[in-house]
Design a binder for this molecule. Structure first.
Ligand code: BYC
Length: 328
């Protein structure tokens, strides 16, 4: 079983002996590394957990377009504008694959949209923060997409086939996104004193929110133990956070930037960095919908949905007409 080493605050994970025959067979398939496909039998909790995680992930991709979309018209060159535009379009594409993956579990796209627009659904905490300068676009690509890759590469091995397969293409694109962000940071850090200061300021503001993307610490993670037993998650939140810090500190050194954490120090014994604690009070407040930009983000999505109504109606009318022509 996968999830023995974490304390969970959620419901206890059942052992094989406690399961009925169908559930036991399902768990054995997962333990053997088999993929679960949409028409296969699955426990209701597995289905609900996937709908929750995949839809939150989809919403994050869609809402995540907003902080960067904010800079498309102000990118400093035509090349940077074209690259940023392509990146933001990729995020829309990720949202669409993920909504499709969620639909295979018996929920409709309209239901998921309604959850987001009503404020009931969560999306990644990171997008509740503002993008104040061009350097923030570098920091988002470098840190936010970097954290996303760290989290999503293991998700390619998720036990649910459609989610794992969607992650393959998403990860390839995220890798390009991370590099474009790092390239912006590198250019700024090789530029004037003011440009380097702008890059440092962006790192100072995005570092801690990026670490929070991995979710609460393991002892406060409600879903990890069960999600790992089901092969949905392959790693705990803290394991991935640690890997991200270990990968990112040398990248900051190469830029000549200082990570804003006085507790950050290499630990030779564990061959990894020790680092400070995130402000978890702030994290829980943000995921309740009280982040600096939470209100603005939802308003932007509601407006986009309302502005697109005429187009959705047109599509529905066209589909109906096509059906009538076909039936005649
Ligand atoms: N933000 O038991 P836990 C991108 C919630 S977008 C908000 O550890 P779990 C990009 C969690 O939902 C990539 N909420 O949960 C796009 C749960 O609440 P509920 C986004 C969070 O699910 C555009 C509660 O806290 N990536 O890269 O086992 C431009 C307890 O947590 C967060 C994904 O969505 C958070 N950060 O683990 C640029 C990855 N963390 O649902 C870039 C897929 C936790 O009980 N998701 N919560 O009300 C996952 O891997 C997992 O869902 C998490 C959390 C690791 C995030």
């Amino acid at each position: 079983m996968y999830a023995q080493n974490i304390k969970s605050t959620g419901a206890p994970v059942k052992s094989l002996d406690e399961m009925g025959p169908r559930e036991r067979r399902f768990q054995e398939r997962i333990n053997a590394g088999e993929k679960i496909e949409p028409k296969d039998w699955m426990p209701e909790g597995y289905r609900k957990t996937l709908i929750r995680q995949i839809s939150q992930h989809a919403h994050s991709e869609i809402v995540g377009q907003l902080p960067e979309g904010n800079w498309i018209t102000r990118a400093p060159s035509l090349d940077r504008k074209a690259i940023l535009l392509a990146k933001v379009q990729d995020e829309a594409g990720h949202g669409l694959y993920l909504y499709c993956a969620a639909e295979t579990l018996g929920v409709t796209r309209d239901e998921l949209t309604e959850e987001l627009l009503s404020g009931r659904a969560k999306y990644s905490s990171i997008f509740a923060y503002p993008s104040l300068s061009w350097a923030d676009i570098g920091a988002i690509g470098w840190l936010v997409d970097g954290a996303a890759i760290m989290n999503q590469v293991p998700l390619q091995r998720c036990s649910y086939g459609p989610y794992g397969r969607a992650m393959v293409r998403v990860c390839k694109e995220e890798s390009f996104h991370q590099r474009q962000g790092y390239d912006i940071m590198l250019t700024l850090c090789r530029g004037s004193e003011e440009q380097k200061a702008m890059a440092q300021d962006a790192l100072d503001r995005w570092w801690w929110p990026a670490l929070m993307m991995f979710g609460p610490p393991d002892d406060a993670s409600v879903h990890s133990a069960q999600s790992m037993a089901w092969g949905i998650k392959q790693n705990t939140n803290d394991e991935l956070r640690q890997k991200f810090v270990d990968q990112t500190v040398p990248q900051a050194d190469l830029l000549g930037l200082k990570i804003p954490d006085e507790a950050l120090v290499w630990n030779e014994e564990k061959k990894a960095y020790d680092f400070g604690e995130c402000n978890w009070e702030e994290f829980f407040d943000v995921i309740k919908g009280n982040g600096p930009c939470s209100h603005e983000r939802l308003e932007a999505r509601r407006k986009a949905w309302a502005d697109g109504a005429w187009f959705r109606e047109g599509l529905a009318a066209h589909a109906e007409k096509a059906q009538q022509t076909f039936a005649a």
